[in-house]
Write a protein that binds this ligand. Sequence first.
Ligand code: ZN
Ligand code: ZN
Length: 376
Amino acid sequence: MSMYNKFRKFDRVRRKMLTALTGGTLAGASALSMYQARAATGGPRSTGQPANAVVDLNKKGLQLIITGSGSALPDPLRGGASCAIVIDGAVLQFDCGRRVLENLMLVGINPMKIDHLFFTHLHFDHISDYDYFAIANWIAGRQETVHVYGPVGTERMSEGAIRHMHAMDFDFVRTILEYWPPHMTKRPREAPPYDVHDIGPGKALETDRFKVSCLETKHLPDASMKSLGYRIDSDYGAVAISGDTAVSEGMKTLSQDVDILVHECVKPDLGMTPGGKFSLKDFHNKDLMEQRPQTGHTSPSQLGQLARDVNAKKLVVYHLAPYTSVPAAIEMSGLYLGPSPGPSIWGEFINAMKRYYPGPVILAEDRMVFSLSEKD
Ligand SMILES: [Zn+2]
Ligand SMILES: [Zn+2]
């Protein structure tokens, strides 16, 4: 048996176990998952095999792809929390942190095919690949305008990324254009092909196939900074996507009766971890947190209650901390997470959610794919 086939077999067994544990459905065999499982068990690590291309842009239906399952803490085994939704070939990307472009490619989607890009908020872990996408996509010759939406500050962030952070590349593309061979097609557009919109609560986008709505969530300490959650409604069903948030009325409204709720869960319940900021009592004291507002997050017990209360049909949990990542990532995240409690932490997360929520709970991994097809 080749090394690759051994990895595939190992991954199939592991995914079966995970499916049994979570009561969910896992699709899209992932090389990163194999790597992750091996890292978690301390076994030898794969250098990474190409993942199967599991997303067909010509397929009718809604496909949800986890383009990043990790948190703000650097983690080579999980990209920044983000996902893509493909509806009848239209590609909607939600947040654009680390690894989004690579994960899209590994499931068979050329990032140049992103039609609409939505930001939940502008923390670095949710925008860190946007500048790369914006310049690379422009240079690669994207002709159609990409519509970019996000809370107040998104236009300024985009302008800063393209014209300031990458001022040199901006000028460089202008020079390329000046000397573009006349017989060569796919000449990049004169200006970067982005139409960027600061948006507030309400309808963000509506086409004849889907509608995207958003509401404010509870994440940022300063009232002038906003964070948004999104809901996508289509003939195939509804998906709600949280950015970072404490339990919020906004997410409760957006998540009502959804087929899939994709929600952050970076903060463990009190007592689950032995050290670090997340294990401090004060960090879990609602009154203290409101007096001294920091960035709000949701714990597994809180998320289980939310999923139950909104009657979500399936819960996909992302923005997961690097508890079981490589040792250097665990060490770097020590201020927040303390020493790693090991892989048992994920069982504790699932158990805490399932204490309240009877539906399937899936802890996301990069490049998981979920599909919804037309309802009868
Ligand atoms: Zn985040
Ligand atoms: Zn954040």
